[in-house]
Unconditional design. Structure first.
Length: 157
């Protein structure tokens, strides 16, 4: 049973204060059901993680890099080619979960070289009609020597 008793307002350290239980901290409360999303249309994870996890109406997509799922290797070329492949991989995972790119509400982009920001944006803009919120950060390294990695959160109404 969850207690709604409030502590005494006279003093924080009042001896008559009763502890208050918070339902969101209650370990016995039911946890939301989550499901693992996997598709052959995107590269297999190269570490101990899922391509995506669906929890309720939310989808959390792991970072995708420019690996061609058919060959398992990074695509040839620069940031444009890798960005295009990473976005295709992201799209494949999102669609495998029954979502669309328009359901993306937040995207985080990791670039090896922030000076390639404009080139990346030219490719990125082609994948969304309505742009999600986004963060772009420069990093010193990415898995498999990638130039770009893209992760996302999607939500359905």
């Amino acid at each position: 049973m969850i207690s709604t008793a409030r502590p005494c307002t006279r003093s924080f350290f009042c001896c008559r204060a009763q502890p208050m239980r918070y339902p969101y901290l209650d370990r016995s409360a039911a946890r939301p059901v989550s499901s693992v999303i996997f598709t052959e249309k995107a590269p297999k994870p190269i570490g101990p993680y899922s391509q995506a996890r669906k929890v309720g109406n939310l989808l959390f997509v792991s970072g995708q890099i420019g690996i061609d799922p058919a060959t398992g290797k990074l695509v040839e070329g620069g940031v444009r080619e890798q960005a295009r492949q990473a976005l295709e991989n992201l799209k494949a995972v999102i669609e495998a979960a029954g979502f669309s790119m328009e359901d993306a509400v937040f995207v985080i982009v990791f670039l090896r070289d922030i000076s390639q920001y404009r080139e990346f944006n030219e490719v990125y803009a082609q994948y969304f009609k309505t742009y999600p919120a986004r963060a772009v950060v420069e990093v010193s390294g990415l898995p498999a020597g990638a130039l770009v990695e893209i992760a996302a959160i999607a939500a359905k109404p």
